[in-house]
Design a protein. Structure first.
Lengths: 110, 139
């Protein structure tokens, strides 16, 4: 699993590549823990290159969402693969996350 | 296998190879990978309490039209019916409790033994064509 970050204006875009599972979740949690400490207000997580996510990965994203909301920030997810999107639907997490088809759409009215 | 999270990927890789060579499609492989991983993590963390001395017994069988796998730990077991529904409004922001729910949803049949320390999961090789919530026979 790899992550890279880029800032466009006041929006932080995080691209994740690889699986988000029991092995990689701690690293994702640590990286976003640092970002939430600096209270980034607008965060987009691009999951275009994530083809697999397990319950620990889902839990990690929920944790990031909660931290972001706690300081008044916003978090959006983009480019979910069909199987990953399916898990958000099954677990009803689509109700608490803002999910967009593309990063451009997510940035448009942020 | 031993109760070591690092051993999970090796077990799953072997099973996915078997599924692929048996003609399982990607959706089936994805579901089995996810559910087996969830079951193994539960067995190691909650069943055997991360005690590496305690074994996890994994049995699996490939049949003509379906695959089944069982995961048994050495723990006291649990009552799967008492796990709160993670899709309930009050539970959506919780950071645990989705593993067993995903297993019940994604596998075609799920059985627990009476003690609650063994789960047996069955998946048919051809993914169902309907997309609605399946009623999983779960005892």
């Amino acid at each position: 699993m790899q992550m890279n970050k880029a800032k466009q204006k006041d929006i932080l875009i995080c691209n994740i590549t690889g699986d988000i599972d029991i092995n990689s979740s701690p690293e994702v949690r640590k990286t976003f823990g640092e970002l939430t400490k600096t209270e980034e207000k607008k965060i987009i997580i691009n999951l275009k290159n994530v083809s697999y996510i397990d319950s620990s990965g889902l839990a990690t994203l929920v944790e990031i969402l909660k931290k972001t909301k706690n300081y008044g920030g916003k978090l959006r997810l983009t480019n979910l693969a069909d199987k990953v999107k399916g898990l958000f639907e099954i677990t009803k997490l689509e109700k608490i996350f803002e999910i967009y088809e593309t990063a451009e759409e997510a940035m448009a009215n942020f | 296998m031993s109760s070591h999270l690092g051993e999970i990927s090796g077990v799953i890789d072997n099973i996915i190879k078997l599924l692929t060579s048996s003609g399982a499609d990607k959706q089936v492989s994805f579901d089995v990978r996810l559910c087996l991983e969830e079951a193994l993590i539960n067995a190691i963390k909650h069943g055997n309490k991360n005690n590496k001395e305690l074994p996890i017994i994994v049995n699996y069988c490939m049949l003509k039209d379906k695959f089944w796998v069982s995961v048994q730990d050495s723990g006291e077991g649990f009552d799967h019916k008492k796990i709160p529904d993670p899709t309930g409004k009050e539970n959506l922001l919780k950071t645990s409790g989705r593993g067993v729910y995903l297993i019940k949803y994604l596998m075609d049949e799920v059985l627990f033994n009476k003690k609650g320390n063994k789960i047996t999961m069955t998946k048919y090789l051809k993914a169902p064509k309907f997309k609605g919530r399946r009623e999983t026979p779960c005892r």
